[in-house]
Ligand binder design. Structure first.
Ligand code: GLU
Length: 296
């Protein structure tokens, strides 16, 4: 089936539902029924439906890109963060104590804070530069209202950061790390921007300009961690339904990678009980069912 027709059909068939993330006030005001879908193919062509050009808060989707930037330097970050599913909520403190301040994986909040710390001062600006280049959209930026709202409600993330600092697993001051992390989560991008920016993972590490961010193994590893840890405590269900590496965020965005073919981004702010976009997962389920493009 032709991709433009396919994304239009999926957008017409899904029913957005669920509740918006209420714990960040600026996100709680978004319409849970909004929906956008974009598929970017390896040559950079984008097929979109719904509100695929409307910017939204990327939130935890940013964690894929900071991990990739850290791994592009070397593998050292793996001495500070694990790569196993956590089986706990994304902002849980419990495991950190029994595991001596080493977060289970880079996609729970504690792990993402360590990755941001690993990238060092200016992490969010580096991320922004990368996202602007890969998406081809120089207008991408931080939504200051979301950043302020999130920073004002960051007691839990600050607790995680200070707790890890007590185990010696932060290099920069805990509050500085949380501020960078909040900026990174508050970046606004559309589905079209994000699908294009995710293409390097479908191209086994090669960026849109033909240079390499990651080696073939590096890209494989980021995709593997997305598959096993990318959708909160529902990665098994996501693999079962969608069958692709994916990463979701509480803003309602989900990115997914079909290695060797395309990158997909879907956005719908209504979330299920485990924090994944209801219509987002449904749309990806339909996409892989209709195309047969999963990794299985
Ligand atoms: N900035 C959010 C937080 O730290 C991100 C959560 C998410 O999207 O999973 O709570």
């Amino acid at each position: 089936m032709e991709l433009q027709h396919l994304v239009g059909r999926i957008a017409a068939e899904v029913t957005p539902g669920g509740a918006v993330a209420g714990y960040i006030p600026a996100l709680a005001r978004i319409d849970p029924h909004a929906f956008g879908l974009a598929v970017a193919t390896l040559d950079g062509e984008v097929f979109g439906a719904g509100e695929h050009e409307r910017p939204f808060s990327v939130q935890s989707v940013s964690k894929v890109f900071t991990l990739a930037l850290a791994l592009a330097e070397n593998d050292d970050v793996w001495t500070r963060v694990g790569r196993e599913p956590s089986g706990s909520p994304f902002n849980s403190l419990v495991q950190l104590e029994t595991e001596q301040g080493i977060p289970r994986n880079p996609f729970i909040n504690a792990g993402a804070l360590v990755v941001t710390d690993h990238l060092g001062p200016g992490a969010a600006d580096r991320l922004l530069a990368f996202l602007r280049e890969e998406s081809g959209n120089p207008a991408i930026g931080v939504d200051p209202e979301v950043a302020e709202s999130e920073l004002g409600h960051s007691d839990r993330n600050r607790a995680l950061a200070h707790f890890m600092a007590s185990y010696g697993n932060l290099r920069n001051p805990a509050d500085t790390v949380v501020r960078e992390y909040v900026r990174q989560c508050s970046i606004e991008m559309s589905c079209a921007d994000l699908a294009r920016a995710t293409l390097f993972l479908a191209r086994h590490g090669v960026r849109n300009d033909g240079t390499r961010l990651l080696g073939v193994s590096g890209a494989k590893r980021v995709n593997a961690v997305m598959l096993t840890c990318g959708t909160y405590d529902a990665a098994g269900e996501f693999a079962y339904r969608v069958g692709l590496p994916g990463k979701s965020g509480v803003g309602g965005g989900v990115i997914a990678v079909v290695p060797g073919r395309c990158a997909i981004c879907v956005w719908s702010p209504g979330l299920d009980a485990r924090g994944n976009s209801v219509a987002g997962v449904d749309a990806l389920d339909r996409f892989t069912t209709l195309t047969g493009w999963s990794v299985f």
